[in-house]
Write a protein that binds this ligand. Structure first.
Ligand SMILES: [Zn+2]
Ligand SMILES: [Zn+2]
Length: 250
């Protein structure tokens, strides 16, 4: 399983950090987990286009986690080179209705004619696609928010929070995971509801006993040096502060 951070940023436009998105490559399949602003260009940097993505998982539907889906669907219709592979899109309860509203707003321009889209809503459950096992649990951000745990055919596991506040469910998803990717929106002294700080993320890392912890989704006030220090007060395992295109081989 190879995991690449496509965007380590947030809603604030940044030349250094694209909005949220992670690519998981496993057994020849390409999965996106969130699809924020700039993620499509990052895929191009990795040699991947709108033809190559097999499934897209959404942690929730805030624009910094999904807006490149609109361009993705539009470009997939490019008449000289249309996408032909069917696509599964997975989101929390209510995602189907949201998806229909977004696509209806653009008339027929996002509606596929050369491939099919299957929308799957996952609440708190486990499903298997290809050779990857996917578990979802509710997290603490908005009603639709779900965290994910992906386990490949060799037993390697990655947990991804999307946006969340301190969450027992997310700790469950990250239990003994090879890698847990947690959001870390603001420094401790600027704690915002529905988001984590370095200390809380470190506490969740410790309580999950994950092997590697990667923090991402840094709003501009996050000073990485102090983020690292605060997180390490709680978490003593291997800690990574995400940069765009940082990759993990599990
Ligand atoms: Zn966000
Ligand atoms: Zn959000």
């Amino acid at each position: 399983m190879k995991i690449t951070i496509l965007g380590s940023g947030t809603a604030v436009p940044s030349l250094k950090r694209n909005s949220a998105g992670v690519l998981i490559q496993s057994d020849g399949f390409n999965y996106l987990i969130d699809f924020g602003y700039g993620n499509l260009s990052q895929l191009l940097n990795l040699g991947l286009t709108y033809h190559d993505i097999d499934r897209i998982f959404f942690t929730h539907n805030h624009p910094d986690h999904m807006c490149d889906l609109i361009i993705f669907l539009f470009s997939s219709r490019y008449h000289l080179d249309p996408r032909t592979k069917d696509l599964t899109i997975i989101g929390g309860p209510g995602f189907n209705e949201f998806f229909l509203k977004v696509t209806n707003a653009f008339g027929h321009w996002l509606v596929p004619t050369t491939y099919k889209i299957d929308i799957v809503e996952m609440d708190e459950e486990t499903k298997e696609w290809d050779q990857i096992k996917v578990q979802t649990l509710k997290t603490k951000h908005i009603e639709m928010s779900r965290g994910y745990r992906f386990v490949d055919s060799k037993g390697n596991s990655t947990a991804i929070s999307g946006d969340t506040d301190y969450s027992e469910n997310m700790i469950k998803l990250g239990k003994n995971a090879n890698l847990m990717i947690l959001e870390c929106s603001f420094p401790d002294e600027m704690k915002s509801g529905g988001h984590l700080t370095p200390t809380l993320a470190g506490k969740m890392g410790k309580e999950s006993s994950c092997k590697k912890l990667c923090l991402t989704h840094f709003y501009p006030p996050c000073d990485l040096e102090s983020v690292r220090k605060a997180c390490q007060q709680e978490f003593s395992g291997e800690l990574f502060l995400a940069e765009d295109l940082m990759a993990f081989h599990l």
